[in-house]
Ligand binder design. Structure first.
Ligand code: 21N
Length: 832
């Protein structure tokens, strides 16, 4: 400490980043274990060793984080903020060790404690702050942004409870709270001094100043504090450490003070609860909007805190002048969830900084960019105007103003067409008028993107076609990707080192290079090793399935896997019908060319999604009948793995032979699990949907099992769909339906699958399960025959990995950067 001239004590700037050599790592690990954590016995539990190691690694991250922040403070650079209600991060330790290039040294250091890195790493709880693809995409994007040295900050919510834990009881899903912070979260650093104040409720008053300008003031609000918790995001071997800033809600002090003074202790506490509720729990609804007030509070809380953070930083450094603000900022909205940010930025600029509407709108519409993740109509967010009026009255006024100006533009484009104005209005009229959040996002953004080629085309021709006619230049595609560090290097270390032994390891930072492995697809010795790795990964998964489900998987059998959120459009039902068909063949003795399979399912149903929960129950009942049948044992095993999450996928995707991507064409925006499987050498059985189409283009039609109708055909077929005729015309499906209806899988639970049976037979089944069943069964037979030919399958497997270069999120982020963000990589001077 150096004494300042005054009474303030200034900490001398910490010069030396902690050393990266093994002996310093051991020292730090020991110091954290004994002193930071106050423990003295190793071995009792891996938890404290995990914490000590995490703190040791965190020290190294914090040092680099400071360097990155220093760079950004010294240099006026254009930055992006990725604003998302979800970040499905999974575990952080191994990822940090990998990206800091500390793996060998950490392994050696842990030897002093007789521990394996893998076992210690398993003590970490998954950070499950997301539902599915959208949240995991955000996590992959952060890894890629840091690895490409791009100045990108993530903004999200620090949910106290993340995605629920799923148990299976008597075949039913049971949800349990995910208290992921209970044992501490060593990766975060709170910054209470940077807390922001978020307004809710109250009302708006108007006053005219001396120059005749009207000022709107939002007053008598019930404020909540947003406290930032920063999580470091290390780039891959490049010294960059970016930040994920997660906001926690807290009560403001005046709440307590005022009410304490009035003597109402309990009222004060009750209000504290209301404030702290905002970030208490992640909504687990996945693709369907849920319309709860608390959810809108979360959305505004995140949007306002994040924008205030950026604007405050700007004003601190450059003063309240916004001339070139838009040159230095872009806000990427992860779906419509944070789209209230459009109106909030207007509020900040117009109300807080007194910009003219035109100027503020110019800034807003050159900084906001919106990503759409779904075409499902039930997922389109709408909020009742009445709720907005009560909770966010000033924002509703701003939305009305945006709408009025927008509708004059519509009237110019389509003169006299009142229908167009009604159709495009940000306000849906009706008994209960609603704010259309997607329209707000489109109107307020300079970029609107879909997440796979087909999806973007469908946005332009369907859902958003009027907007596309109005502003074709806004629309663009950014096909999703996943990070090859977590989804190959980390989760499949044996395959990674086999690949690197042939082509070096430059593919980890430049995944286009993975195609170099194609040269070896016909090489016998290489195929041998490839198969050996797959077998060992299959054994690792078999052990997990045995432990969690009590079902024995045989690694010589084909591993057929479908893991993802349970949803009718994803058609887990089609998959289980195929399983029932295989079982029927076994029962009939038709086993001559039956290729033995282990079929694995995993995924969570939204707690209120009745049909999805029925489907879980059906899968479990079918599994239990089949697994108990000795005749089926040599040919078929079926398991439902409870609590599918990021860490489970790390084991699963490395061990899969056949990846099930069987959504009704036109419904899955992209899919990203499909990419993780492909990277790890699984072959896809899939429809022409989402990114499957691009996967098939990359790997070649011969190395992809395609079935089912196209998105276009699906639309046609729905006009005059007759599932009963399909069932009558397909003996296999007829027998499957008979088995289902006979109660074979629910002998003691009569009627429980009636709704499923009826859904399949229903002419208005939007998912066309019966329609695609015959071609699916045929395609599965082709896959089985291909698997029988071991060499053929190995070639396909290698070719899939080799062709997966496009599906790195590094490529995706480079595309965002080139077309939307226009950021320059940071050039950090390396420390050690
Ligand atoms: C997915 F509960 N979209 S997960 C696509 F109200 N949307 O389905 C997938 F809070 N979630 O095809 C694509 O690969 C992936 O995004 C990445 O692009 C998802 C929406 C959602 C809606 C409501 C809620 C939560 C999430 C809730």
């Amino acid at each position: 400490m150096a004494k300042n001239s005054g009474s303030v004590c200034v900490v001398k700037h910490w010069q030396d980043a902690p050393k990266m050599d093994e002996s310093t790592l051991v020292d730090d690990l020991t110091r954290h274990f004994y002193y930071t954590l106050g423990r003295d016995k190793v071995g009792e539990s891996q938890l404290y060793l995990y914490h000590a190691l995490a703190l040791t690694i965190r020290d190294r991250l914090v040092a680099r984080c400071r360097a990155t922040n220093q760079y950004l403070a010294d240099k006026k650079t254009r930055k992006a903020a990725y604003i998302s209600l979800e970040f499905l991060m999974g575990r952080a330790l191994s990822n940090a060790v990998l990206n800091l290039d500390l793996e060998d040294k950490v392994r050696d250091a842990l030897k002093e404690y007789c521990c394996e890195l893998e076992t210690v790493a398993q003590a970490e709880h998954d950070a499950g702050l997301g539902n599915g693809g959208l949240g995991r995409l955000a996590a992959c994007f952060l890894d890629s942004c840091a690895s490409l040295a791009l100045p990108v900050i993530g903004y999200g919510i620090r949910y106290e409870y993340g995605m629920f834990n799923q148990k299976i009881e008597q075949g039913h899903q049971v949800e349990q709270p995910d208290n992921w912070l209970r044992e501490g979260h060593p990766w975060e650093l709170a910054a209470p001094e940077k807390a922001k104040r978020i307004k809710f409720s109250g009302h708006v008053v108007s006053h005219i100043d001396r120059s005749g300008r009207e000022h709107r003031e939002w007053i008598d609000t019930q404020d909540v504090l947003a406290v930032p918790y920063d999580v470091p995001i290390p780039g891959y071997k490049n010294e960059v450490v970016n930040t994920l800033r997660l906001w926690k809600s807290e009560a403001t002090d005046e709440f307590d003070l005022n009410e304490f003074n009035a003597g109402s202790y309990s009222e004060a506490v009750a209000k504290k609860n209301l404030a702290e509720q905002i970030t208490m729990v992640l909504y687990p609804n996945d693709t369907s909007e849920n319309g709860k007030e608390l959810r809108l509070r979360q959305q505004y809380f995140l949007s306002s805190a994040s924008l205030q953070d950026i604007v405050d930083n700007w004003v601190e450094r450059y003063g309240p002048s916004f001339n070139d603000f838009a040159d230095y900022h872009v806000f990427q909205l992860n779906d419509t969830h944070p789209s209230i940010a459009v109106a909030e930025l207007m509020r900040i600029l117009v109300d807080d900084y007194e910009l003219e509407w035109q100027e503020a709108w110019q800034i807003t519409t050159s900084t906001m960019a919106y990503t759409n993740h779904t075409l499902l109509p039930e997922a389109l967010e709408k909020w009742p105007v009445s709720l907005f009026a009560r909770l966010l009255p000033r924002l509703l006024e701003i939305i009305y103003e945006i709408n009025a100006r927008f509708l004059t533009e519509v009237a110019l484009k389509w003169p006299g067409d009142i229908g167009k104005q009604r159709a495009l209005s940000l306000i849906e009229e009706g008994e209960q008028p609603q704010v259309r959040m997607a329209y707000l996002a489109i109107v307020g953004s300079y970029s609107v993107n879909g997440v796979a080629a087909l999806h973007t085309e469908l946005l332009k021709s369907g859902l958003f076609s009027d907007f596309y006619q109005l502003w074709p230049e806004k629309f663009n595609n950014k096909t999703n990707g996943v990070t090859p560090r977590r989804w190959l290097s980390h989760c499949n270390p044996q395959l990674a080192s086999l690949i690197s032994s042939k082509i070096g390891d430059a593919w980890k930072a430049d995944f286009a290079k993975i195609s170099d492995i194609r040269r070896y697809f016909d090489n016998k010795a290489f195929q041998q090793k490839w198969q050996q790795v797959k077998l060992e990964n299959k054994q690792r998964l078999a052990d997990l399935v045995s432990k969690e489900c009590g079902v024995e998987f045989d690694v010589t059998m084909l591993f057929d896997v479908q893991v993802k959120r349970i949803h009718e459009y994803k058609r887990q039902l089609l998959n289980i019908l195929h399983v029932i068909h295989l079982y029927d063949r076994i029962c009939r003795g038709d086993t001559e060319n039956l290729v033995p399979r282990c079929v694995l399912f995993g995924g969570k149903a939204a707690p209120g999604y009745y049909m999805a929960k029925k489907i879980i129950k059906l899968i479990n009942n079918v599994a239990s009948v089949i697994n108990q049948d000795r005749a089926a044992h040599p040919f078929l095993r079926v398991a439902f793995l409870p609590n599918y999450n990021v860490s489970a996928m790390e084991v699963i995707c490395a061990a899969t032979d056949l990846s099930e991507q069987i959504s009704t064409a036109g419904k899955e925006a992209s899919g990203t699990g499909n990419m993780k499987f492909m990277m790890n050498g699984a072959v896809t059985i899939g429809t022409l949907d989402g990114a499957n189409i691009e996967i098939r283009e990359c790997v070649g039609a011969d190395n992809f099992f395609l079935f089912g109708v196209t998105a276009e055909q699906a639309q046609q077929i729905r006009q005059d769909y007759k599932p009963m005729e399909i069932i009558d015309g397909c003996i296999e499906l007829k027998r499957v339906m008979q088995l289902l209806e006979s109660g074979h899988f629910n002998l003691f639970e009569p009627g429980i699958f009636d709704d499923i049976v009826n859904a399949i037979k229903c002419p208005s089944d939007p998912w066309l399960v019966a329609q695609d069943f015959p071609s699916y069964v045929k395609c599965q037979e082709n896959a089985s025959q291909a698997y029988e030919d071991k060499e053929h399958w190995l070639r396909m497997s290698i070719l899939n990995t080799a062709a997966s270069g496009k599906f790195s999120s590094d490529r995706t982020i480079q595309d965002y950067c080139d077309d939307i963000w226009r950021l320059s990589p940071m050039q950090l001077i390396t420390a050690n």
